[in-house]
Ligand binder design. Structure first.
Ligand code: DNO
Length: 350
């Protein structure tokens, strides 16, 4: 198969072993990161070397990083930005030195993904991540001490308030300006070391709590890719993140950006959009959610896509416990489904 099947692994603290991951048919690459270093600090080479050796020992390739986090000061364009950008570039060079070919990151203000519950029980007894508007409404982080699951717990409530206010001041155009500065500095370094930078879309792809969000739809992805027109400046196209806005036509977007060769990494998962715009993460199978996963894979296969693909968030099934979204069983089912679709679509595309 052309595509490179990969699996996210959280390193030594991950309850899932590399041995188990290597037993998934067709599994090739490990997606990981150095987790014990704060954003804005240099990653120790020793950690990268160890990660590579462990993967090698299991017949897996450590060639995708998710993520090198972007420090809030870079996104806000304040403080020690120059230093932070230098550190970022140094981390790309270090990753490349140990074989990394693709680096994922995001440009979401303050919080990464937003959900209201991580263990919503479905009628079949499985659990998954959901975002329900009736659980969100009325929450105001500027007034209340709220803590949604998945939010960086290292911030104090006052720090969160300060950041939200600062983002409110720069707004979307401020974020565009700062992402351009970031790309102009980082992409030449990535090109030099043979790394493709893959931006992860905002999840969900609309503003939450008034925070600006820009990696959200086709027009904005076009604007983003045009900032630096290079294959090193590419997308991590996450179907489930972009796909929880009804207005995003995911198969059409995948077709367009695959044709342009601007997708370095695919996160494949399904979501069910509810009537009020809430959404539930579902099993990968097309009929389980709102996305046509077959059409998405077909668009990739028809364009000879040879980038990285990983099954994204799985449900918790068969009594498994662990990191919500990142259990073994349902992601392994997702991987075999993805394999099947790619085999069929690649063969019939020939
Ligand atoms: C969620 C992930 C994201 C992703 C980052 C990339 O499960 O897909 O947290 O890793 O947004 O920087």
């Amino acid at each position: 198969m052309n595509m490179k099947l990969s699996f996210r692994w959280y390193g030594k603290d991950d309850p899932i072993s590399l041995e188990y991951i290597s037993q998934i048919p067709g599994m090739r690459s490990i997606v990981s990161a150095v987790y014990d270093v704060k954003p804005g600090e240099v990653w120790p080479e020793e950690s990268l070397k160890k990660m590579k050796e462990e993967c090698d020992a299991h017949g897996l390739v450590f060639d995708v990083v998710e993520s090198i986090p972007v420090h809030e000061n870079i996104k806000l364009g304040r403080g020690n930005v120059d230093h932070l950008l230098d550190v970022y570039c140094e981390n790309i060079r270090r990753c490349a030195k140990y074989g990394v070919k693709c680096v994922t990151y995001n440009f979401m203000p303050v919080f990464d993904w937003t959900r209201t519950q991580l263990d919503k029980k479905a009628p079949d007894g499985s659990t998954s991540l959901v975002m329900y508007w009736d659980q969100m409404r009325g929450l105001d982080p500027l007034k209340d001490d709220i803590h949604l699951p998945g939010w960086d717990s290292s911030y104090t409530q006052d720090e969160v308030r300060e950041l939200i206010t600062a983002y409110g001041e720069i707004g979307e155009e401020g974020l565009w300006k700062n992402i351009e500065i970031f790309l102009k500095k980082v992409i030449p370094v990535a090109e030099e070391c043979g790394v493709r930078m893959a931006i992860h879309p905002d999840d969900p792809p609309y503003s939450i709590f008034g925070l600006p969000r820009i990696i959200t739809n086709e027009a904005n992805l076009d604007r983003f890719l045009a900032l630096v027109d290079s294959p090193a400046n590419s997308l991590c196209l996450c179907t489930g993140s972009l796909g929880c806005a009804d207005s995003n036509d995911i198969p059409a977007m995948v077709r367009k950006y695959a044709e342009m060769d601007r997708i370095a990494f695919m996160h494949i998962r399904n979501v069910k959009i509810m009537e009020d715009g809430s959404f539930e993460e579902r099993a990968h199978l097309s009929s389980c959610g709102s996305l046509d996963i077959y059409d998405i894979v077909k668009a990739l296969a028809e364009n000879g896509f040879d980038g990285y693909v990983r099954p994204d968030h799985g449900r918790m099934i068969w009594g498994e416990t662990g990191k919500p979204g990142y259990g073994l069983f349902d992601r392994a089912l997702g991987a075999t489904y993805i394999n099947g679709l790619f085999e069929a679509c690649e063969k019939s595309a020939k």
